[in-house]
Design a protein around this ligand. Structure first.
Ligand SMILES: NC(=O)c1ccc[n+]([C@@H]2O[C@H](COP(=O)([O-])OP(=O)(O)OC[C@H]3O[C@@H](n4cnc5c(N)ncnc54)[C@H](O)[C@@H]3O)[C@@H](O)[C@H]2O)c1
Length: 430
C-alpha cells in the first residue's frame, strides 16, 4: 500500500479573509497544530484542516508567512487587492473565516455564504440586524453554517459562572459592570488605518455583551440601550472617532424585574500598562456576587528589559500562550484557539460525520448551538447597532439618546431626550 492510500482523505479547505493580529494569536496556531496532527472524532475519523487561501488588501503579511511556513504546512494561495475575496472563493475552499476590521465583516461573509461556504466571523459578527438577517437567510438557503467567534465563553472562569447559573447556585442576576481597556498602540498603531469614525465599544464590549446574554439568558428580553463616550485623543474632540465608551444595557427578566449592566471600553490606556489589556467584571445576583479579573489570576512576572512589552507583568495564559508540554512537545494553547478548532470540528461533523442523507440533521444540530450561531447573535448585534446610532447622534451634538427594544413602533427605536419623535432603526422584532 502506498503512503497516499493510508493518509486520511477527508480534508477541510479553509479560506482566511484578513491576516492581522488575531490571526497570529488564534488562527495560525490552529492551522499549524492541524498540520502536525489531524483533528479527530469517532463520527468523522481524522480530518485534515488546510489553510488553502488568504485574502487581504496588500498580501504582505501572508507573503511573509508563506516565506517561512512551519513544518507540515502546504503553501496557500495569497489573494490580494480588489478581487481578493472572489479569488479566495474560487480556490476550492469549504469554509471561510472572516477576520477583517469590524465594519468590513459583512461583505466577505455575504460573498462566502452566497458561494455556499461555511462561514466563521470574528466578533462583532455584523453591525446591524438587517445585515444579520441577510447572512442568516443565505446560510439557510445554501445549507451551510454561519457562526461568530466569542472566545470568552470558553474561558474556564466564564464556563464556571454559566454552570453555577444553570445549576441554580447563582440566582437572578440584577446588575453588573465589565471593563475592557486597550492600550493606545491599538488605536494609534495597529488599527490606525481604519479607526476613523469607529469606537472601542463595538469592537470589544461585544465580548461581555455575549457573556451576559449567553450566561444569564435566554429567558429574558433586551429592554433598552444607552451610551456615552469621550473624544479628543484618537481624533478631534468634535469628530466621529471615539476614545472610550460607557455603555448601559438593561434586560427584563420574565418576572418583570430589570437587570442593568455597564460596560466600559477604551483604546487609549498607556502602552506600558502592566497587563496590556485590562479586563474585569462584577455580577451581582439575589444571593451572590461574582468578581473576576482577567489578568490577575495569580501569576506575576518581571523579566529585565522585556516586561511589560514582551512578557506582561500579569499575564493571562488561559487565552493563547506558547508552552513546552510535559512530554517535551512545543504547543500553543488556550480558549482563543480552542474556539476556532471547535468551528472546524462542527463543519467536519456536518460534512463528514455520517451519511449524506442525514447531513441536514447534522447541520441543524450544529446550528442549534447558541454560543456561536448567528441566529443566537441577535441581542448582541442589536446592542451594537443601537450603540453606533447613539454615538452618531452624540457626534452630531445630540447626547443622551436611548434605544428601546421591541416597541410597538419597531424592534429598535431611538429616542432623543426632550423629543417625542422616534426613529426606527430596525422595524422587525429583535
Ligand atoms: N477575538 C478577539 O479577542 C479579537 C481580538 C482582536 C481582534 N479581533 C477581531 O478580529 C478582526 C480583525 O482584527 P485584527 O486585530 O486582526 O486586525 P488587524 O488590523 O491586525 O488585521 C486586519 C486584517 O484585515 C485585512 N483587511 C482589511 N480590510 C480588508 C478587506 N476589505 N478585505 C480583505 N482584507 C482586509 C488587513 O489586510 C489585515 O490583514 C476584528 O473584527 C476584531 O474585532 C478579535
Amino acid at each position: 500500500m502506498d503512503a497516499e492510500a493510508i493518509l486520511p482523505t477527508r480534508c477541510l479547505h479553509i479560506g482566511m479573509v484578513g491576516f492581522g493580529m488575531i490571526v497570529d494569536e488564534t488562527y495560525r496556531p490552529v492551522f499549524e497544530a492541524a498540520a502536525r496532527s489531524q483533528p479527530y472524532s469517532p463520527a468523522t475519523g481524522p480530518i485534515r484542516v488546510e489553510l488553502t487561501a488568504v485574502a487581504t488588501r496588500t498580501g504582505s503579511r501572508a507573503a511573509a508567512y508563506l516565506g517561512n511556513l512551519p513544518a507540515g504546512m502546504s503553501p496557500f494561495r495569497n489573494c490580494l487587492g480588489l478581487t481578493a475575496v472572489a479569488d479566495l472563493l474560487a480556490a476550492g475552499v469549504d469554509a471561510v473565516c472572516v477576520a477583517t476590521p469590524d465594519d468590513r465583516h459583512f461583505g466577505p461573509a455575504r460573498a462566502a455564504l452566497a458561494a455556499g461556504k461555511h462561514v466563521l466571523i470574528e466578533k462583532p459578527s455584523v453591525l446591524s440586524l438587517a445585515e444579520l438577517d441577510e447572512l442568516q437567510a443565505l446560510a439557510e438557503r445554501n445549507g451551510v453554517l454561519a457562526k461568530v467567534v466569542y472566545h470568552k465563553l470558553l474561558d474556564p472562569d466564564h464556563k464556571r459562572i454559566r454552570t453555577l447559573v444553570a445549576d441554580g447556585v447563582l440566582r437572578h442576576v440584577n446588575s453588573g459592570y465589565c471593563s475592557l481597556l486597550e492600550p493606545k498602540s491599538i488605536s494609534a498603531g495597529q488599527f490606525a488605518e481604519w479607526v476613523t469614525g469607529r469606537n472601542p465599544s463595538t469592537y470589544v464590549a461585544v465580548h461581555y455583551l455575549k457573556l451576559i446574554d449567553f450566561s444569564f439568558g435566554p429567558d429574558w428580553g433586551l429592554d433598552r440601550v444607552a451610551a456615552d463616550g469621550q473624544r479628543g485623543i484618537v481624533g478631534p474632540a468634535d469628530g466621529p472617532t471615539w476614545d472610550s465608551v460607557q455603555l448601559r444595557v438593561v434586560y427584563r427578566h420574565p418576572d418583570g424585574r430589570e437587570a442593568a449592566f455597564d460596560i466600559h471600553t477604551s483604546w487609549v490606556t498607556p502602552d506600558n500598562f502592566p497587563g496590556y489589556v485590562e479586563q474585569e467584571v462584577q455580577f451581582r445576583f439575589d444571593n451572590a456576587v461574582w468578581s473576576a479579573h482577567q489578568r490577575k489570576r495569580g501569576v506575576e512576572l518581571t523579566v529585565e528589559g522585556r516586561s511589560p512589552g514582551e512578557f506582561k507583568h500579569t499575564p493571562n495564559h488561559h487565552y493563547s500562550a506558547a508552552f513546552l508540554e510535559p512530554w517535551d512537545e512545543r504547543s500553543r494553547r488556550g480558549y482563543g484557539i480552542e474556539v476556532i478548532e471547535r468551528f472546524f470540528r462542527e463543519v467536519a461533523h456536518v460534512e463528514f460525520g455520517g451519511p449524506p442523507e442525514s447531513r441536514l440533521e447534522r447541520l441543524r444540530a450544529m446550528r442549534s448551538m447558541a454560543y456561536n450561531d448567528l441566529s443566537a447573535d441577535r441581542n448582541c448585534v442589536a446592542i451594537v447597532q443601537a450603540t453606533e446610532a447613539i454615538l452618531r447622534k452624540a457626534a452630531a451634538g445630540v447626547t443622551g439618546c436611548v434605544v428601546r427594544v421591541n416597541q410597538s413602533a419597531g424592534g429598535l427605536v431611538l429616542y432623543e431626550p426632550g423629543s417625542a419623535a422616534a426613529e426606527v432603526l430596525y422595524p422587525g422584532r429583535v
